[in-house]
Design a protein around this ligand. Structure first.
Ligand code: C2G
Length: 131
């Protein structure tokens, strides 16, 4: 079984996220999503989420492409996770191109997928605020 892992905040879940998850799952047979906790978002990513970790986890677990959701609590956990969850492939959007190449040292494939260009959580918030 080919296992794929990806990381993200996935706040205000939208079709750009779904496009990523669908393509990530298509690279294997099992997709693990490491979901940024509220603390990690606030302290490290300076993101204040609309939905809480539990709400974002519930949404992700309802997606057919997602097999397991785990917490992302630090930037450093990826090296451990790829072994702990026996991942063969790490996938993330190409806005991160190059940032996680070091994971190849752990013997796994690293794939950067093109983002869905016209949609983002920030844009959604801005357009709703402007109405
Ligand atoms: N994404 C996408 N297209 C968009 C928006 C997002 O393909 N229009 C992808 C991102 O590239 C990422 C995933 O969807 O792979 C989740 O996006 P975010 O929730 O914004 O995640 P991010 O803040 O990039 O967190 O340790 C890694 C970080 O946790 C990644």
């Amino acid at each position: 079984m080919r296992r794929v892992i990806t990381y993200g905040t996935f706040d205000l879940l939208h079709y750009g996220h779904i496009n990523l998850l669908r393509r990530a799952r298509a690279l294997g047979d099992y997709l693990i999503v490491a979901l940024s906790t509220d603390e990690f978002n606030w302290n490290e990513k300076k993101k204040r989420c609309y939905f809480s970790y539990e709400e974002r986890k519930l949404l992700l677990e309802a997606i057919r492409y997602v097999d397991l959701v785990i917490p992302e609590e630090s930037w450093e956990q990826k090296r451990r996770d790829v072994h702990l969850y026996q991942a063969d492939t790490f996938v993330i959007g190409d806005d991160w191109t190059g940032k996680f190449d070091f994971l190849r040292e752990e013997g796994i494939e690293v794939v950067y997928l093109p983002r869905t260009p016209e949609i983002s959580t920030t844009q959604i918030k801005q357009e709703i605020a402007a109405k």
